[in-house]
Ligand binder design. Structure first.
Ligand SMILES: Cc1cc2nc3c(=O)[nH]c(=O)nc-3n(C[C@H](O)[C@H](O)[C@H](O)COP(=O)(O)O)c2cc1C
Length: 198
């Protein structure tokens, strides 16, 4: 990968991420475990890290799960990624600070709802706090029981197969059991803002 001449902050970021930059600006990854414990980004480096990661455009999903009493929980997540075709695996990264985290660690299944361009309000609702996120929201139980949202671009139901702790997030990995999709335009997230294609 060819990069512009790195700044000092950039070099620190690269060190934190366990990367090394040679004179030709090629980045080679080294294991995170080789980093000294307690390595942390300063505030400005965090902002730069967010800015850099924000250059990767994503869709937006609502990840859903039931708690041990069968109550619905959901959160807006753009960290959704497909992982494997055989078996079909996907992942979503869940911040340790979220309350929903414990439900993803315990629940046997979780759902992914990929939002369409007209569903920005749902994204905002499932990222906010201080209210029941499912209040006033149409939903239906999928085949596994997880809450699914009507009129989204795609629904995916997963069996949780692994949860890997990585830094301050859990990587929740699921095997896809059921999935469906509609035609339409996606809601896009880029540079910390909602966008649409075209
Ligand atoms: C566009 C967008 C994308 C987000 N993506 C993620 C994500 O991938 N992982 C995550 O843990 N939080 C993400 N968040 C923040 C969570 O939605 C929010 O912190 C979470 O809903 C709080 O959940 P809680 O009420 O269970 O604590 C995102 C927020 C927005 C607005």
């Amino acid at each position: 990968m060819h990069l512009r001449r790195p700044s000092r902050g950039y070099n620190s970021l690269i060190r934190y991420l366990g990367l090394s930059v040679n004179s030709a600006c090629v980045i080679n990854s080294t294991p995170m475990a080789s980093q000294p414990p307690g390595a942390a980004l300063s505030k400005i480096e965090k902002q730069q890290f967010r800015r850099i990661c924000g250059k990767f455009a994503s869709g937006i999903t609502i990840a859903t799960v039931l708690d041990s009493e069968g109550a619905c929980h959901g959160m807006t997540a753009n960290s959704f990624t497909s992982v494997s075709m055989t078996p079909p695996l996907v992942l979503v990264c869940v911040d340790h600070r979220t309350r929903i985290r414990e439900h993803f660690r315990i629940g046997e299944h979780f759902g992914i709802n990929i939002l369409s361009a007209s569903q920005k309000d749902l994204s905002d609702k499932f990222a906010g706090s201080g209210y029941d996120r499912f209040q006033g929201v149409s939903w239906y139980p999928g085949k596994t029981g997880v809450p699914l949202l009507p009129d989204v671009l795609a629904t995916i139901e997963c069996a949780r197969v692994n949860v890997v702790t990585a830094g301050d997030h859990d990587i929740v990995i699921g095997e896809v059991l059921h999935a469906d999709c509609l035609d339409g335009e996606p809601l896009v997230f880029y540079a910390s803002q909602y966008r649409s294609l075209g």
